[in-house]
Design a protein around this ligand. Structure first.
Ligand SMILES: Cc1ncc(COP(=O)(O)O)c(C=O)c1O
Length: 357
């Protein structure tokens, strides 16, 4: 049976990438060795890191103002590392509380600097992006979760602000073109849209690193360390970077970010239009802020939630159970989810409503 993996991350990987990665895991090119056995300082692996960074630069259209680094520790580490690198202890950053990952960012940054929460959609169950707020004076940057993976909201437009945006783009990096000039730092773990768990890509506007903040930054957490060492300061996660590089090649071959955006919008439209007409399921997010990546929905019919999960799993659709604190369902439809996957899920929703609606 064909399995469609709607997991929020680690998530579906393009089959061609899996094929090449599995061959290289046994033997990489003509080396007689597995890619996983090779030194991160060997010319071949250094070439892979360079190509991965070059593809990020090409796909995002980065000029020489920006640097790309690859680090471990997930986006979770970056929630602390970004404010550590950018703020003095007495400085403040601004955050709009859009949900689970904004809340995590606020908690992490509060251990490092001051945090001004400019708005929150908590009162409405994080079903929207809060809009009516003003940026407090003197803040160093605005922290933005471009896509709230757990609550299913997404900024469709990136606001114009007088300060740089530091973006946690973990669940929508490389899924659409972005106005890069608005961002000071972007970070994203690889395991959703462009690779494998174990590595995080960080894009840094270099001028922000010129004057170090007035604090001690442990060397390993200092962006300058990794920028100076071309991401090879310590043992790089070679295999996750390799799979990311293959996935980046795939994104380029598929037509780049314009094409990704077009395909992702098409997939999301299939599910949202089904939600809009289906009597058994309801979308969890206001229309204008619906995520193109994580489609969150529920059913108000008693007992049907478990039933639908069993029905979909039996038929090869896996990973749609919502996050424990949110409940309901969440279909994660990242770059590598094919259109026929969402069509199959929409059809299951129709069939299910036919039986119970
Ligand atoms: C928006 C967002 N930020 C941060 C994270 C944390 O990433 P990691 O588990 O790689 O630390 C996730 C993971 O799902 C996420 O979706």
């Amino acid at each position: 049976m064909k399995i469609y993996n709607f997991s929020p991350g680690p998530a579906v990987i393009p089959p061609s990438v899996l094929g090449e990665a599995s061959r290289s895991l046994v033997q990489f090119e003509d080396t007689g060795m597995s890619i996983a056995e090779m030194s991160h300082r060997s010319p071949k692996v250094m070439g892979i890191v360079e190509e991965a960074s070059a593809l990020i630069r090409e796909l995002l259209g980065l000029n020489s103002d920006y640097e790309v680094i690859w680090v471990q520790g997930g986006a979770s580490s970056q929630l602390a590392v970004a404010p550590m690198n950018l703020t003095d202890p007495k400085q403040a950053i601004a955050v709009a509380d859009t949900g689970y990952w904004a809340t995590k960012a606020i908690k992490a940054a509060e251990q490092i600097c001051k945090v001004e929460v400019v708005a929150s959609s908590e009162a409405t169950g994080y079903d929207r992006i809060p809009r009516d707020w003003t940026l407090p004076k003197g803040v160093r940057y605005f922290h933005m979760v471009t896509n709230e993976t757990i609550n299913g909201t997404q900024y469709r437009e990136i606001p114009d602000l007088p300060v740089p945006i530091v973006a946690d783009m973990t669940s929508d990096f490389l899924t659409r073109p972005i106005p890069i000039k608005k961002f000071g730092v972007i970070f994203a773990s690889a395991q959703k849209n462009f690779g494998l768990a174990g590595v995080t890509c960080v894009v840094i506007r270099k001028d922000l690193m010129k004057t170090p903040p007035n604090r001690v930054i442990p060397t390993i957490f200092d962006y300058r360390t990794h920028m100076a060492a071309q991401s090879l300061y310590h043992t790089a996660p070679v295999f996750p970077i390799y799979v990311s590089m293959l996935t980046l090649r795939w994104i380029k071959k598929m037509g780049g970010l314009e094409k990704m955006a077009e395909k992702n919008a098409e997939k999301a439209a299939v599910l949202y239009s089904e939600l809009d007409r289906n009597p058994v399921f309801q979308g969890s997010v206001v229309e204008e802020d619906r995520s193109v990546m994580n489609v969150c929905f529920r059913t108000d019919r008693a007992g049907l939630e478990e039933e639908f999960l069993k029905y979909t799993e039996r038929n090869g659709v896996v990973g749609i159970k919502g996050f424990p604190t949110v409940g309901g369902f969440r279909a994660s439809i990242y770059n590598a989810m094919p259109l026929d996957g969402v069509q199959v899920l929409a059809e299951m929703m129709r069939m299910f409503a036919g039986r119970f609606g």
